[in-house]
Design a protein around this ligand. Structure first.
Ligand SMILES: [Zn+2]
Length: 295
């Protein structure tokens, strides 16, 4: 788990008015002029996560006169990262015609998940929300809902701009480390399926010949910890991993091997020994490099 704070929710709004029906169908003298509004949300991208679940409990339009119009009351959750190249309708309906200067979202939770190749969640970060989750979106200029016209407002969520990983005790920087991991022994198999569900399972895996044990599932690592990708004793002569994203397996094995070489986690988002691995987590400091070099 990382300490993550949501600095602001960065959004941009794109407005487009669409001429619907003939203008001014009119109504009784006292009938309030109404127009249609569709709120669309699109595309969020954030490095190192595969899922970003945004839970919104309310959406309110705020008129330039300060009047509030609810457009959504029911909480809903959507995965912003599933919206690449597609848009999802957040809310639509008929609302009083007029000029609006803000859209207010009440955000209850943002959950950032890392998934393994099978789509299971392997790590979750829940950023702290500023201002109790009240997020005001201010378009560059007010938007207008015209009578009997349809207005589309697109909210583009920029998660990378929104979220900052707060580092505590950032260790020494990356150093060149001339270590090459090479296989020296043979490859063997053991009866499948192989699940690590307990301390005893871990012990028996560690007793198998070889330094690396590839298993089907790891649900225990010093304690119950469902669906993790690697576990290793600190120090030790054996590391247990599951098959993972091929582009990241080298980093995973190096990380677990670092534990075997006596290194603990280091709270640096660029480090191989960061609590969770990632494509950009490739840094090794001088102490770790020295540990890898010990035969
Ligand atoms: Zn680790």
């Amino acid at each position: 788990m990382h300490k993550i704070t949501l600095l602001i929710l960065a959004f941009t709004l794109a407005l487009s008015g669409c001429g619907g029906g003939g203008g001014g169908a009119g109504g009784g003298a006292n009938a309030q002029a109404m127009g249609d509004l569709t709120l669309i949300v699109t595309d969020g991208v954030i490095e190192n996560y595969q899922q970003a679940l945004l839970t919104v409990t309310a959406i309110t339009l705020i008129g330039d006169d300060g009047k509030q119009t609810k457009v959504l009351n029911e909480p809903f959750t959507l995965d912003l990262l599933s919206l690449r190249n597609v848009s999802e309708v957040l809310a639509k309906g008929r609302f009083p015609a007029g000029t609006y200067s803000k859209i207010r979202l009440m955000v209850a939770r943002i959950e950032l998940n890392k998934l393994n190749a099978a789509g299971d969640v392997i790590d979750t970060d829940v950023p702290k929300l500023p201002a109790n989750g009240k997020v005001d979106l201010n378009p560059r200029s007010p938007f207008v809902i015209r009578e009997n016209r349809h207005t589309y407002v697109e909210i583009d969520v920029d998660l990378d701009q929104s979220i900052k990983v707060i580092q505590t005790g950032n260790g020494p920087g990356d150093v060149p480390c001339a270590v090459e991991l090479v296989r020296t022994g043979g490859i063997g198999t053991f009866p499948a399926p192989r699940f690590i569900n307990s301390s005893a399972d871990m012990d028996s895996a560690e007793l198998l010949p070889g330094q690396v044990q590839v298993v089907d599932q790891i649900n225990w690592c010093g304690g119950f910890s469902p669906n993790i990708i690697g576990c290793a004793s600190v120090p030790g002569n054996s590391l247990v991993v599951v098959r993972f994203n091929p582009a990241l397996e080298g980093i995973l094995w190096l990380h677990e091997f670092g534990h075997n070489k006596g290194r603990n986690h280091r709270n640096d988002p660029n480090a191989v020994m960061a609590p969770s691995i990632g494509a950009t987590r490739t840094h090794v400091n001088a102490v770790e490099c020295a540990a890898y070099e010990v035969p």
